[in-house]
Design a protein around this ligand. Sequence first.
Ligand SMILES: Cc1cc2nc3c(=O)[nH]c(=O)nc-3n(C[C@H](O)[C@H](O)[C@H](O)COP(=O)(O)OP(=O)(O)OC[C@H]3O[C@@H](n4cnc5c(N)ncnc54)[C@H](O)[C@@H]3O)c2cc1C
Length: 269
Amino acid sequence: MDLTNELNCVVTQSVQVSPIMKIIRVMPQGWQFPPFEAGQFVALGLPPSYARCSESTEEHAEPKPDRLIKRAYSISSSSNEEVIEFYITLVHSGQLTPRIFDLKIGDKIWMGKKAVGMFTLDQIDKETNIVLVATGTGVAPYMSMLRSNALKRKGKIIVIHGAANSWDLGYSSELRLLANMFENFSYYPTITEPGNEPSGWAGDTRYIEEIWESGVAKEKWGFAPSPENTHVFLCGNPRMVDSMKKLLAVDGFKVHKKKEPGHIHAEEF
Ligand SMILES: Cc1cc2nc3c(=O)[nH]c(=O)nc-3n(C[C@H](O)[C@H](O)[C@H](O)COP(=O)(O)OP(=O)(O)OC[C@H]3O[C@@H](n4cnc5c(N)ncnc54)[C@H](O)[C@@H]3O)c2cc1C
């Protein structure tokens, strides 16, 4: 079955960040992506007939031949741009990511008609401080927030980003630059496998949980984050999200729910 006529976008850029991470940019063809809130996600899709990249392993299950393989991805580009950017990890045995990793500039891809999700800053008071915690590609929605209008907020913002190796810390140059340019913004990267670094690593090597417990936000801000003055966003590995929720609960932070407003916002990949 030919599903290629469903493909409504073209790949305009594909940057290999590390052996297992890619940034791709996608441009709608003949339609306009509607306005979205930074932090939201959208579905991407490809036909099963598309080739899988050479680094992939056997597929865990064969996809249905008569429909596009679709998955959710957080947008990393600014909400003011026409081209939509994504930061994607290769899942070697997965169905969609090995096909995304084989895409070349000019190839076609399907993207959902609108972005969705509640993982956004729009309901949070401008004076409130924001902690943005990510593992791996979980930094994607934060890039969209920072590139949109988050840095115009009055409160402090810190990104704490954990990855295995320094080369997996996508967007680190941009985040370092922003930290140098904006007084209210700090960036705190950490890697868990420093033994792999070819030229060493002078930064932190602890897990995000330990870094949080050691008081990194207080150190950067000069005051302790509390539920009264701070909201915390958690994005990426479900284990990190779960253990951070438990740690934050000790200090009185509550998970935000539609009917029960809280201070912890979570997106699990
Ligand atoms: C809101 C949201 C936002 C997201 N944003 C991003 C993002 O910005 N970047 C990003 O990289 N990812 C993101 N994800 C994850 C993304 O949606 C996909 O889950 C991911 O890319 C894997 O897709 P895949 O088709 O390659 O793997 P899948 O085919 O979905 O497989 C995923 C994993 O499950 C295993 N698996 C699944 N089914 C079986 C089975 N039956 N037997 C054995 N193993 C199985 C696979 O081996 C593999 O390890 C997001 C997810 C959500 C929910």
